[in-house]
Structure formats: C-alpha cells, structure tokens
Design a binder for this molecule. Structure first.
Ligand SMILES: Nc1ncnc2c1ncn2[C@@H]1O[C@H](COP(=O)(O)OP(=O)(O)OP(=O)(O)O)[C@@H](O)[C@H]1O
Ligand SMILES: [Mg+2]
Length: 320
C-alpha cells in the first residue's frame, strides 16, 4: 500500500488578476485554468511570452497569490496546508535572484536550514557537483557567470529533495554542454520518481523530454495531453521527392496535390495522412512519368503543433 498521491499537482479553475491599482489596468493573467499533473510525469507547460506560465508556477510555489480557484501540490491544498505544500515543491525561478555576497555552498546550507533539513541529510556538495559547480562552491555568487547562476538556482531548488521539481526556463543562457548535463540530471531525478514541471521556449527540448504537454495562451489552457496524442493533433505530413531528373514544371497529374518545387528540382508535397495515403501520391508520380531517386517524409514537430494550436485559439478568441 502506498499513500502517495496519484496527482503531483492538481489545479482547478485557477484565476489570477494582477493589480489594477494606481490607475494601471488590471491584467487577467490566468483565466480558470484546470489541469492535473500525474505523479512521476515529466510535464511541459508551454506558451508564448506573457501566457501565464510563471504566474501559474509562482502560485504553486506560494510566491504569487491567486485570485480564485484551487490548487494542490502533492495532495496538499496550497491554502489549507501551506507548509506541506511548500515542502513538496522545489522551484527554479525564471528570474536570477541571488544574494551576491553568499557563496554557492553557503546559499545551499542556508536553504537547507530554512527547510529544516538535518545536517546529516544535507547533500550540498553532491548537488553542487551535479550542477557542475563543485569548483565554485566557495566563490561569491556575484563572480558566477549567468549560466552558472542559473545552475545554482537549480541546485537551490533541490536541497530539500522535493517530490515535485518545477523548472521555469531553466536553460535560458545555459551553454549546450551544461544544458545536456542538466537534462541528464533532471532525467535521473525523474527516473527515480521526482515529478518534473518544465516551462521552456526551446520546443525541441520539450519534445524530447516531456511525456505530457500543456499549452497555455493568454491565460487559457488550450491543450493538455500525452505527447504522442498532441503530436497527432496536426493531421499533416510532408513528403520530399528527389527525382532522377530535376523538374522545373509541375506535371498536370500532380497538380491536385499542390506540390512545390524546391531547391535542386525536388518536389515537396504536404498531405493529410487521414485523407491521402502516401501510396496514392507515389502512384501519381509514377503515372506522370517521373523517376524517383529518393524520398523522405517529415512528421509535424512540436513547433508546428504549438503554432497551429495557438493560432487557432486566438482566432477563436478574436484576438491578435
Ligand atoms: N507582478 C505583475 N503585475 C502585473 N502584471 C503582471 C505581473 N506579473 C506578470 N504580469 C502579467 O501577467 C501576464 C502573464 O505573465 P507571466 O509572467 O505569467 O507569463 P509567462 O507565460 O511566464 O511569460 P514568459 O514566457 O515571458 O516568461 C503578462 O501579461 C504579464 O505582463
Ligand atoms: Mg515566465
């Protein structure tokens, strides 16, 4: 028997309106967002700038007060069980806010103290090493580069071994090698049971890492699905045909597929797998007398899906 929650995060009808004081207009940043993150998942929260991602994360972390709705972290209501909810979550904030006069070692020790982690259970050096900061353990934070500071924020979020780790744009400004190291480490944490909530504008990262993806735009949830289902939302594929003889004009028999002539006289055809089998296209190519040298197909990637869904959602809300 296990008493672990099925849902690591459970959000219902979450709404946030900022400000409106001092003559500034109020801003509806989240509009009734309902979403749940199963325990153990690697969850991607995607959306354009200003969509409400950081707002949602900061509400979970207790850094921003919600206007209405409810949220639970690891089964603990963020209002009724503030302390337990906060102990269950580690957040790597988007903003690089570090005290410049602390060293990474001191910073992690202070953080561990705040969370009541006993000295014997602290993993300060292990965490710093995992983040590639072992040799900076005793340097002032102000002497760290931007990418190192971001990794230090990741280290800080890990000191109390939270079951839910939230990463808000953790790789902005982090170089390729360290980004890879960071993802290796986060993947290990996830494999060992930590639930990960990630926001990123690097969609190829999200596509590679996440098993479940939500997209928000202008405070609205517009998709929340397992990755394979989301990737199939776009019923479109591409087919590039390399021909024995480069072509300059489109044969009449192929006109119905609206092909485009690409560099090197290749043909590119976009098609809907549910409507047109690739076999039919190839048949028409043969019948039009073209000789095929090679072909490649292209699946829609997360960027295609993201752009299509946000565009459709905006059309629905009649907003730019
Ligand atoms: N403290 C604040 N006061 C007023 N408005 C705010 C505040 N914080 C955020 N907003 C507004 O709320 C909306 C959502 O902002 P949020 O930071 O949650 O977006 P985001 O999805 O994290 O964007 P990004 O990808 O740029 O990080 C934006 O319109 C933003 O201008
Ligand atoms: Mg943000």
């Amino acid at each position: 028997m296990s008493d672990l929650p099925d849902l690591a995060v459970d959000i219902s009808g979450l709404t946030k309106t900022y400000g409106g004081q001092n003559g500034r207009p109020a801003k509806l940043a989240l509009d009734g967002v309902t979403l749940s993150i199963p325990r153990g998942s690697f969850f991607g929260l995607l959306g354009p700038n200003g969509a409400g991602k950081s707002t949602l994360i900061n509400i979970l972390a207790g850094l921003v007060n919600k206007s209405s709705g409810a949220a639970k972290v690891w089964g603990h209501d963020i209002d009724a069980s503030v302390r337990l909810a906060r102990l269950s979550i580690g957040v790597v904030p988007q903003e690089l806010n570090l005290d410049p006069f602390f060293t990474p070692f001191e910073m992690l020790e202070v953080q561990a103290g705040l969370y009541g982690v006993p000295k014997a259970n602290r993993r300060t050096l292990e965490i710093l090493a995992a983040m590639g900061l072992a040799d900076k353990a005793h340097s002032y934070a102000r002497t760290l580069s931007g990418g190192m500071r971001r990794r230090l924020l990741v280290a800080k979020a890990l000191v109390h071994s939270p079951p839910v780790l939230v990463l808000d744009e953790p790789t902005a400004g982090v170089d390729i090698e360290l980004r890879r190291n960071l993802w290796d480490y986060v993947r290990q944490l996830n494999a060992a049971g930590t639930t990960i909530l990630l926001t990123t504008h690097y969609l190829e990262e999200a596509e590679e890492l996440c098993d479940r993806i939500a997209i928000i735009d202008q405070g609205h949830l517009i998709a929340c699905e397992e990755k394979p289902a989301l990737m199939q939302r776009l019923d479109t594929k591409g087919l590039t045909l390399t021909l024995a003889q480069p072509i300059t004009a489109i044969p009449e028999m192929l006109a119905c597929f609206a092909p485009e002539i690409k560099e090197g006289g290749k043909l590119f055809i976009r098609y809907r797998p549910s409507a047109t089998g690739v076999g039919r296209i190839l048949e028409a190519v043969r019948e039009s007398g073209l000789v095929l040298a090679d072909l490649t197909t292209h699946e829609a990637d997360l960027e295609d899906v993201f752009l299509a869904l946000t565009k459709a959602a905006r059309a629905e809300h009649h907003q730019p």
